[in-house]
Design a protein around this ligand. Structure first.
Ligand SMILES: [Zn+2]
Length: 316
């Protein structure tokens, strides 16, 4: 196994599979994050989100998410020589050297709970290990970034969800949540959290990006900030791998180390791509850019996989 194997903390591939009837192996070349591309790009562990977060869904958020969970297991079964689901740190340890891609199930958008705490237990039993508490809109758990102006954060139900996620050993994802919601979660959670696919708003001012205080708070608690490859979150106009490096540079500068930095590609959830990282087969271009920018081998390994390995060992 290559030393700089990739852990990618966010993609919407199963939403695309649901929408387009694609397959994860993807002989039709529809997906940015197909099995073929992951193999080429050295992706070893992939978080797969079932996305519940838009009001333009087909059925109810819970039904849509359950269909995507069904598709996840069906596709994994069909490709079981290449990809394996993981549910705990022991699974990760066991399969890391197996030559297979490790798949972790996530939900993006707490709408999928439909306001019922029991739904969290059910999703856990279905194998979900990470929940992005909100999408851009507000839900029963809290307020999304698009509704940030209201100044509201976590609801009482949201606090119960955070507590139960801590109890279960689930990964709490604060990407997409309002600023107040972010700070409410950090106060309520006994475990470090991830912003699975969020960049620096100092480097590029966008509602979906995190300010320096937010990034430093995640870092100091041992959490993860996953760099998102969506051009609109990276910079202005045409952006490339070098813009990804600008976010990595800034986060490592304000934190004094790279220990919170990881990847959250957002592949198959983005309609535009950055130059040099058009799909998951291109991760090597980022690794090369990090070497060129004089990052040490130890730091590059941390960004590619080491930080997530440390985090998953602690939280799962
Ligand atoms: Zn997202």
């Amino acid at each position: 196994m290559k030393e700089n194997f990739i852990i990618d903390g966010h993609c919407d591939t199963f939403y695309r599979i649901y929408e387009e009837g694609a397959s994860l192996y993807d002989n039709r070349g529809i997906l940015q994050n197909s099995i073929q591309n992951m193999l080429k790009g050295g992706v070893k562990l992939q978080f797969f989100a079932a996305w519940a977060g838009d009001k333009t869904q087909h059925m109810s958020p819970a039904v849509d998410v359950n269909i995507m969970i069904g598709l996840f297991y069906r596709q994994i079964l069909q490709n079981s020589q290449i990809i394996v689901p993981v549910f705990c740190y022991k699974d990760i340890e066991q399969h890391l050297n197996s030559g297979k891609i490790l798949a972790m199930l996530a939900i993006e958008g707490g709408e999928a709970l439909e306001g019922k705490l029991e739904m969290l237990d059910i999703y856990y039993r279905l194998g979900v290990r990470c929940l992005t508490l909100t999408w851009n809109n507000s839900n029963e758990i809290g307020h999304g970034v698009l509704e940030d102006d209201s100044g509201q954060g976590l609801t009482d139900f949201g606090r119960k969800v955070v507590k139960q996620m801590n109890n279960l050993g689930m990964i709490i994802d604060v990407s997409h949540i309002s600023k107040k919601g972010f700070w409410d979660v950090l106060e309520a959670s006994t475990q470090p959290v991830i912003a699975s696919h969020s960049n620096s708003s100092y480097v590029h001012n966008h509602k979906r990006n995190l300010d320096d205080d937010q990034i430093k708070a995640i870092a100091s608690s041992g959490g993860i900030v996953g760099i998102n490859f969506y051009p609109r979150f990276l910079g202005n106009g045409r952006v490339s791998v070098l813009d990804i490096l600008k976010h990595i540079d800034h986060i490592s500068l304000i934190c004094g180390n790279v220990d919170c930095i990881a990847f959250g590609s957002d592949f198959d959830g983005i309609e535009q791509v950055a130059e040099g990282i058009e799909n998951s087969s291109h991760f090597n271009n980022i690794v090369e850019a990090l070497y060129k920018a004089n990052y040490s081998q130890a730091d590059i390994k941390k960004i590619c996989n080491g930080n997530y390995i440390r985090y998953l060992k602690r939280v799962l």
